[in-house]
Design a protein around this ligand. Structure first.
Ligand SMILES: Cc1ncc(COP(=O)(O)O)c(C=O)c1O
Length: 390
């Protein structure tokens, strides 16, 4: 049965083993009851009804054994990619992993050797660098440049700095943080760069369903089919439908030789699909399309609230976003030190955010605000920021 989503519904997540809410005290020294939790990227919304129905059916059945037969899951992915992204995927290309951080780690292990370099366009999702370093590979940062208020890559500069040991590039598409939707032209240039420099290209497209019209995302495989022999696509339902706790993701590799290399590492990891992650992902793709359209409308409203509110505060600048629910706010023009900014945001405004510096070069001076919450909370956040920065 489908029920219209109510994104205004307040749901208390405190005491539910929620990373976002129940770790506020230990990570930030903040009391969850008094705070606005706007850090880690999950949403304070229920997922599509189809997801909870699928879980409920499994609970009602009452047996929680090993998961088998991924054909329905694969078909749901194939249908979604065809209808939402005009991308023709085949079931054999898909490996189900325990989330995309896990998928990225296995790519690093499969396609690079210790001490080799992995290129990132920074500032970027912090787990990439963490995983590269933990696998004893070198992080090669290619700082994004701000032109006309938005991030752009400088591939020429990157080419001039290569040392020859770089074997992989991880592209975040759309980009987190900053919410850039890369143009087809930019994607083609990235693909060409990877061809020239013989790099495996990992395109993390976890945010590709969270795009605000008129911006339009193009999957890398469609933008530059010529890179397919070197291309690994990462996709997931987890951000889109707020089911990140299910830790599932897809590593989609069209080229059979490249895929075999990934599958070998996947096999060596000893992991296989998690029943609940797959049940949720399948149900989300099967029954979540309308919910997602309504979510985008709601998030778009929050995006405007936050952007307009923040722009009215002297010294604060929010980067215009085309995708994601993660606002990227620059505090440098306040003239305050990062420590002072954080002190005001956390101690005086009681808002938990992600610190810009953790995203790599160029992130210093920024805080990332997750606005996937009730619009009332976004209004409160703006009000609190206004109070402590005016
Ligand atoms: C670009 C990107 N990749 C991966 C993830 C996390 O993926 P998962 O929860 O599937 O490990 C995030 C989370 O915010 C992200 O922004």
């Amino acid at each position: 049965m489908s029920t219209a989503p109510n994104f205004d519904e307040k749901i208390n997540r405190i005491g539910t083993h929620s990373l976002k809410w129940d770790m506020l005290e230990s990570f930030y020294g903040m009391k969850p009851e008094e705070s606005l939790s706007m850090w880690v990227a999950d949403m304070d919304f229920k997922p599509p009804q189809s997801v909870n129905d699928a879980l409920q059916a499994s609970i009602d059945h009452g047996i929680h054994g090993y998961f088998g037969d991924e054909s329905e899951h694969h078909q749901a992915i194939i249908n979604w990619m065809q209808t939402r992204h005009q991308w023709a995927v085949e079931a054999d290309w898909i490996s189900t992993v325990h989330g995309l951080v896990n998928g990225t780690a296995m790519c690093v292990q499969a396609f690079t050797q210790p001490n080799e370099g992995v290129i990132l366009f920074t500032p970027v999702y912090h787990a990439f660098a963490k995983i590269i370093k933990a696998n004893n590979r070198e992080v090669i940062e290619s700082p994004l440049e701000i032109r006309d208020g938005r991030y752009e890559m400088n591939l020429q500069k990157l080419a001039s700095e290569l040392k020859g040991h770089e074997k992989m590039m991880i592209l975040c598409s759309p980009h987190n943080p900053g919410g850039r939707v890369w143009s087809v032209e930019e994607l083609k240039q990235v693909a060409e760069f990877c061809q020239i420099h013989n790099l495996t290209l990992v395109s993390d497209e976890i945010h590709h369903d969270l795009v605000y019209p008129p911006a339009k995302h193009t999957v890398m495989a469609n933008a530059a089919p010529e890179i397919i022999p070197q291309l690994v696509m990462l996709t997931a339902t987890t951000k889109t439908f707020n089911i990140a706790g299910g830790l599932s993701g897809n590593v989609i590799v069209q080229d059979s030789a490249l895929r075999e290399r990934f599958k070998q590492t996947h096999l060596a990891s000893g992991t296989s699909a998690n029943r609940y992650g797959v049940l949720m992902a399948t149900a989300a793709y099967q029954g979540g399309a309308e919910w997602l359209d309504q979510l985008i409308d709601y998030l778009d409203g929050n995006r405007r609230l936050l952007d307009e509110g923040v722009r009215d505060i002297a010294g604060l600048e929010s980067m215009p976003m085309e995708a994601t629910y993660l606002a990227w706010v620059n505090f440098e023009k306040t003239g305050l030190s990062t420590q002072e900014v954080i002190q005001r945001v956390e101690k005086q405004a009681a808002i938990a955010t992600n610190y810009g510096a953790m995203f790599g070069q160029g992130g210093e001076g920024y805080l990332r605000f997750n606005f996937a919450c009730q619009c009332e909370v976004v209004e409160q956040a703006v009000e609190r920021l206004r109070r402590v920065f005016s």
